[in-house]
Design a protein around this ligand. Structure first.
Ligand code: ATP
Length: 264
């Protein structure tokens, strides 16, 4: 479903500020894979997500989504294949618009490919049914302005909007990091439910190692622009945080330095 082939990205090449953000990244996600990504600060996680979404172009390499080479496609053209939720609950929704209007935008992004409103079910019914999946009673608040929702409600709506049209790839970019622990837990649970029920192929960046272990069927660890560890489906359920620390030390020959990763 997603193939990253020899992806490289260097910022400020040929200057004293030159930075190899992604070395030579290769990654293959099968349909329905849910891969969690951990890594130290500056490891290249956001650069990789931006490369997949089309916000950044690789210097070298190819990005294949659903058997289509999307490397030359700009971000707006790739959005039909991709749903994305950012860390900031404000980023995924339009605050001055209502819940219904926001969902209509999400719907129109991809109407050619998936959802079609049947003759018997009107658009509002479809939105209500979708919102019921969040268990937040938003189905009865279709006319509420999104700016008035709590951070957790907004992030839940962002998640629903990103998954509404069954994207080929779902990108979750530390999407629970800005929430308090109870709301983060709510969004984590919703993520699990929506991804599993819809069998979405998903990549999730998190600084929270426990969350990376709890969610998904595969895990990758990045450091200094490289994928340094890939944990496959059979091994992941047995892995612990100390295992991850030991693996990092074994591969890199030094202790992992990210306190955020440990404390998350
Ligand atoms: N636009 C840019 N210009 C120059 N350097 C950049 C740019 N974007 C990222 N970098 C550098 O590339 C490297 C990878 O950054 P990236 O943001 O992908 O890391 P990350 O793993 O997401 O880190 P964090 O967990 O701290 O968000 C870092 O050294 C960063 O400073």
């Amino acid at each position: 479903m997603l193939k990253l082939q020899n992806i490289q990205k260097v910022f400020n090449e040929g200057t004293p500020d030159e930075k190899v953000a992604l070395g030579n990244i290769n990654l293959h996600l099968k349909p329905g894979d849910f891969v969690t990504i951990i890594g130290s600060n500056g490891a290249g996680k956001s650069t990789m997500m931006n490369m997949i979404s089309g916000a950044l172009t690789p210097d070298f390499g190819n990005i294949i989504i659903a058997n289509k080479d999307v490397t030359p496609l700009p971000e707006y053209k790739r959005s039909q294949y991709i749903g994305r939720v950012f860390q900031d609950p404000m980023a995924g929704t339009a605050p001055s618009m209502t819940v219904e209007e926001n969902l209509a935008i999400a719907y129109s992004r991809n109407k050619s490919r998936t959802l079609r409103f049947g003759v018997t079910k009107n658009r509002r019914d479809v939105f209500r049914t979708a919102l019921e999946r969040l268990h937040l009673n938003l189905e009865n608040r279709l006319s509420a302005k999104v700016g008035l929702l709590s951070g957790g409600e907004r992030q839940a709506l962002s998640l629903l909007m990103a998954t509404f049209t069954q994207p080929s790839i779902l990108l979750l970019d530390e999407h629970t990091a800005a929430l308090d622990p109870s709301r983060a837990e709510l969004i984590t649970q919703l993520t699990k439910e929506l991804v599993m029920q819809d069998k979405l192929t998903t990549l999730m960046v998190t600084h929270n190692m426990q969350q990376a272990l709890n969610l998904g069927n595969r895990l990758i660890m990045m450091d200094k622009g490289q994928i340094i560890l890939e944990v496959e489906e059979a091994r992941k359920p047995h892995l612990t945080i100390p295992d991850l620390m030991t693996e990092f030390e074994r591969i890199r020959g030094e202790k992992m330095a990210s306190d955020r990763a440990l404390l998350g």
